[in-house]
Write a protein that binds this ligand. Structure first.
Ligand code: F6R
Length: 252
């Protein structure tokens, strides 16, 4: 399902509201979280929403999608740091209940296996939040990642390293590898929300809309999911055939 709003603010408010509804309905929910520019206003609305409605977040468990290899939690560009800054510290989420892949592990493969297993052991993700890369990646699952993949170590594509270079002072500082939840793990979430904003994402949105289910375009895996919503602002939706529609996608 595609849901299109005029502004980033409306997209973010709607997404935060859907997350809050989940948690209000099920206080012990397990959420899959993403980082990146797209999520910043979503987390801002989420924090405001929790405060306004006084939602109890103490039973919530979260698992982030990904983390850079080699950046510790204190590195300002690590996803662990991002999550504490934008969400965890502001909602006082308990440390035992928030999880990110351990990009500093000396036993990466073992750590990856344990990450997917920890999610399954809790009954799976109730809601997975996703952004999309300009090459169609979800999490750090780059084009041609198997749709059967579990949490794994990935070598970042040149495109992704260039895109993410804006967060670092020097392009050479962008890590070459990351750990990411696999596509199979993502597809096992009960509900998925893919949030896409900005004119710079319009090309990949149009490509996704017209694509079949194809490992060359990781986000197309969502077309196999029974409850996936793609939430767009008008800029990201600019190249879709029927701008302004909020309906089931027919293409792909
Ligand atoms: C981040 C993640 C990535 C981003 C994607 C979009 O945890 O999993 O897939 O969601 O790269 O990033 P932004 O929002 O910065 O354009």
């Amino acid at each position: 399902m595609y849901k299109i709003f005029e502004t980033v603010d409306e997209v973010s408010r709607y997404t935060a509201r859907r997350i809050l509804n989940r948690v209000e309905h099920k206080p012990g929910a397990v959420l899959g979280l993403a980082t990146g520019s797209t999520m910043e206003p979503v987390y801002e609305h989420l924090v405001q929403g929790v405060r306004q409605a006084q939602v109890n977040m103490s039973q919530l468990t979260t698992f982030n999608l990904d983390e850079y290899i080699g950046l510790g939690a204190t590195h300002t560009q690590s996803y662990s740091h991002y999550m504490r800054r934008h969400l965890f510290d502001r909602l006082s989420l308990s440390e035992e209940k928030v999880h990110l892949p351990d990009g500093m592990s000396n036993h990466a493969e073992q750590a990856c296996r344990a990450y997917s297993q920890a999610i399954s052991a809790l009954g799976g993700l109730d809601l997975q939040l996703l952004g999309i890369g300009s090459n169609g990646h979800i999490g750090f699952n780059e084009p041609h990642t198997s749709f059967a993949s579990r949490t794994h170590v990935v070598e970042l594509s040149e495109q992704t390293r260039i895109d993410n270079g804006r967060f670092f002072t020097d392009q050479a500082e962008v890590p070459t590898h990351a750990m990411t939840l696999g596509i199979q793990d993502i597809l096992e979430a009960k509900e998925i929300m893919l949030v896409i904003t900005g004119r710079h994402k319009a090309d990949i949105v149009a490509k996704l809309f017209h694509s079949g289910v194809d490992e060359a375009l990781p986000a197309s895996a969502l077309k196999r999911h029974h409850d996936a919503t793609i939430v767009l602002d008008s800029e990201a939706a600019a190249l879709l055939p029927h701008q302004g529609f909020n309906a089931k996608a027919t293409a792909g």
